[in-house]
Design a protein around this ligand. Structure first.
Ligand SMILES: [Zn+2]
Ligand SMILES: [Zn+2]
Length: 214
């Protein structure tokens, strides 16, 4: 499966749209901004959004959630550990951006191991705390959406509330690195990679990298 994607917002968040070719059902992952552009892409491809799935609750990933929910009726899913961030502009950090604040209610608490069905595609939620307490990755159709947990050549920052570098590295090693090498990763920022490539070359995942990176 190859999701549609577009880059939105000042921090360049990757918004992904995995979809089922047989049923035209889709999910919208991390609509950080530009609801009109995202909706345009959905409509151009004649897709029907079932879920708005969030990898975590930071403002740069959730800015267009409310408008897309209002316009499509898709259900908003987030891990319970990050659900309070959706309701609180201080917790999702949108209050500090000088732009519009974000406040929206989740519909669905996405727990570790939960399967989200999008037509004939099954996305499995994997709880990967460390960047935030309720960080989620989504696995399905030969791809892995990693949010701000794992990037090509890097990992998520851990200096914001709820962050922990040691917990993040443990999440990646124990929940993601057990998956197959040819899995294509679709990170929350930056370009694509594969798990195998990150296993070899990501400086944060090499032997001995289990403490703070100083
Ligand atoms: Zn983040
Ligand atoms: Zn981000």
């Amino acid at each position: 499966m190859k999701p549609l994607s577009l880059i939105v917002g000042n921090l360049g968040v990757n918004c992904y749209i995995p979809y089922c070719e047989e049923t035209d059902q889709c999910a919208i992952i991390d609509p950080g901004d530009k609801a009109d552009k995202i909706l345009g892409l959905v409509q151009k491809n004649k897709l029907h959004p079932k879920y708005i799935l969030l990898t975590h609750g930071h403002f740069d990933h959730i800015g267009a959630v409310k408008e897309l929910k209002d316009k499509t009726g898709a259900q908003i899913g987030i891990h319970p550990g990050d659900a309070p961030m959706l309701l609180d502009p201080a917790k999702n950090l949108s209050i500090f951006t000088g732009g519009e604040t974000v406040q929206v209610q989740a519909d669905l608490m996405v727990e570790d191991g939960m399967i989200l069905q999008i037509g004939n595609i099954h996305l499995k939620a994997i709880h990967t705390p460390g960047h935030t307490a309720g960080g989620l990755c989504y696995l399905g159709g030969g791809v892995l959406f990693t949010g701000d947990t794992l990037f090509a050549g890097s990992v998520g920052r851990t200096d914001l509330p709820g962050g922990s570098h040691s917990i993040l590295i443990r999440s990646i090693q124990e929940k993601l690195m057990i998956l197959q090498d040819d899995l294509v990763i679709y990170p929350g920022h930056g370009g694509l990679s594969t798990l195998g490539q990150e296993r070899i070359s990501n400086p944060f995942l090499q032997a001995g990298e289990d403490l703070d990176f100083e």
